[in-house]
Design a protein around this ligand. Structure first.
Ligand code: ATP
Length: 320
């Protein structure tokens, strides 16, 4: 769960010439919170993250990291932030140890503390045993770990990761996700991704950016509760019409002979009633899963430009 507030972003704008790429973005991030930043290509995610890390000056707005203004005290505030850009800033001709030592010095880790900091991040990022290997010879997943290690070498409170699992194979994705989950326990993490299940798996909160504006800012558990369909499977399936007669069920869709999707009223207790009915009628219910399609549906609805309203409205925190 989130604790103290680590990041406060207020009315952030960025213009590139005539292009207004980020238009009044505001959000908060607490310690122990992983925030997923989603949006179609060109929505302004990277621009927002670069401003959050002090790598790009905003045209207007305020960024407070742990209560300190990034714009007024950039040097001390940047120490509290770690950043993994979309393309990790690795030097392939260096060994992992040489590179991490270099990053620690860049980040002004005290000389006497550098070895301990390197040991800590290597253990944390699963890099024990590869310190002497050249970065060029590491797999992409290991290179990504090195990228994350450089982002946390100075012990920042806030870690900003731009598409950290892009281009990795499923095993590597799983490892990097485990690492992000661990980072999220102690730090505040902002994560940008195009992979919606990644947000479902890692984040407590999701924000969707579209054409430079936040169009959704919601806790994941609230979104999941707003899922309005259930998948149910039966050994002795009833007629769809019988399922449709359960109070609160608005529509039934057959997936195959045993499986159905039940669309329902979000406030009712359809799962409970379905379970009771199945026991009474001996339908042999063996699977009952709330659909996790909510996020994908919402994303498509708000970003496709079709004017479809999402099932939940932006809330919790100003978006302008
Ligand atoms: P993606 O998912 O494709 O990485 P994004 O959401 O990260 O996209 P940004 O990279 O922040 O989006 O870009 C937002 C808009 O600003 C885009 O229209 C992009 O072309 C434009 N843009 C980004 N950087 C610059 C720049 N340095 N100069 C001019 N325009 C830029």
């Amino acid at each position: 769960m989130s604790g103290e507030n680590l990041v406060s972003v207020r009315s952030l704008h960025r213009r590139y010439g005539n292009l207004h790429a980020v238009k009044g973005v505001s959000f908060d991030l607490g310690r122990g919170e992983v925030l997923g930043l989603l949006g179609p290509n060109g929505a302004g995610k990277t621009t927002t993250m670069q401003m959050l890390c002090g790598a790009l000056a905003p045209s207007a707005g305020e960024i407070l990291i742990d209560g300190e203004s990034l714009l007024e005290s950039p040097r001390s505030t940047k120490r509290k932030i770690g950043y993994l850009p979309e393309r990790p800033p690795l030097y392939p001709e260096l060994s992992v140890d040489e590179y991490l030592r270099f990053c620690a010095r860049l980040r002004r880790v005290e000389a006497a503390d550098i070895s301990a900091a390197m040991k800590r991040v290597k253990t944390r990022c699963g890099l024990d045993g590869v310190g002497r290997r050249l970065i060029a010879n590491l797999s992409k997943g290991y290179q990504q770990r090195v990228g994350i290690a450089q982002a946390v070498i100075h012990g920042p409170q806030v870690v900003v990761l731009d598409e950290p699992t892009a281009g990795l194979d499923p095993n590597q994705i799983r490892e990097i996700r485990d690492l992000i989950r661990e980072l999220g326990e102690e730090h505040g993490v902002v994560l940008s991704t195009h992979i919606l299940p990644e947000v479902q798996a890692l984040c407590q909160r999701v924000q969707i950016l579209c054409q430079g504006e936040i169009v959704l800012n919601e806790r994941l558990d609230t979104l999941n509760q707003s899922s309005r369909s259930l998948r149910a499977a039966f050994r002795r399936p009833p007629d769809a019409a019988e399922l449709g007669s359960i109070a609160g069920v608005s529509r039934v869709e057959a997936i195959d002979e045993q499986r159905f999707r039940l669309f329902h009223d979000p406030d009712g207790n359809v799962a409970g009633m379905l379970t009771e009915r199945s026991v009474e009628e001996r339908w042999g219910l063996f699977e009952l899963i709330p659909d996790q399609r909510a996020l994908e549906e919402i994303f498509v609805a708000i970003t496709s430009g079709e004017g479809v309203q999402p099932p939940v409205t932006p809330s919790e925190g100003p978006s302008e």
